[in-house]
Design a protein around this ligand. Structure first.
Ligand SMILES: [Zn+2]
Length: 203
């Protein structure tokens, strides 16, 4: 499984809003990407079908068995214990070849109706792990509040951690590796920010 890097270019590890189409950093609250002209509305034209409810786990490709689902739920609960703001969503799909996975995920994040009990604030803290079972690809699409905490390079690392399990045929294990790596990277991000904060405090 390869992290989707459709631009093929290396990116400095910046955290913050990036354009879902070209991955260039976006000005906060920008409606149009200055780099490629992408607007969120473009995805509504690309994916005209009604969006499904934004379920915590949606296995449209049918890749997880009952035991996988149980372990994924358990790992998600554990993650919520250490990083309660984040709302982790896991979704498997079978997309036609050539479909951009990050743009499809961006569309889901914006077009899916709020799921039972979900608030708009929770949607902003959503992190969608989207797996295209047909193309063996995965992408992470963070909501705009979640986006500030990990950069593109971190998400690529979390996606890459799925590879070994995925290739061995363990679709559930791949998600667990993603969660473990995300937790480790979030802890690191938290510590870094805490340190910066205390440095400023003492200076
Ligand atoms: Zn762009």
């Amino acid at each position: 499984m390869n992290p989707t890097r459709e631009d093929g270019r290396g990116r400095p590890p910046v955290a913050g809003p990036v354009c879902p189409a070209c991955r260039e950093p976006l000005a906060v609250a920008a409606q149009v990407c200055a780099s490629c002209g992408f607007t969120g509305g473009d995805t509504m034209t690309m994916f005209p079908d009604p969006a499904p409810p934004f379920m915590p786990l949606l296995d449209a490709a049918g890749i997880w068995n009952h035991e996988d689902v149980r372990k994924i739920e358990e790992a998600r609960r554990k993650l919520r214990g250490t990083h309660p703001q984040f709302q982790w969503h896991v979704c498997s799909v079978m997309l036609p070849p050539g479909t951009s996975l990050p743009l499809f995920g961006f569309w889901m994040l914006n077009a899916c109706p709020l799921y039972a009990g979900e608030t708009a604030q929770e949607r902003a803290w959503a992190v969608l792990l989207l797996i295209d079972a047909r193309g063996s690809r995965a992408a992470v699409i963070p909501g705009y509040s979640a986006e500030a905490w990990l950069g593109d390079a971190d998400w690529v690392e979390a996606l890459s951690a799925m590879s070994v399990s995925w290739k061995a045929g363990h679709a559930g294990g791949a998600v667990l590796r993603f969660f473990e790596t995300s937790a480790r990277l979030l802890n690191r991000s938290w510590k870094k920010r805490g340190l910066r904060h205390s440095e400023r405090f003492h200076s």
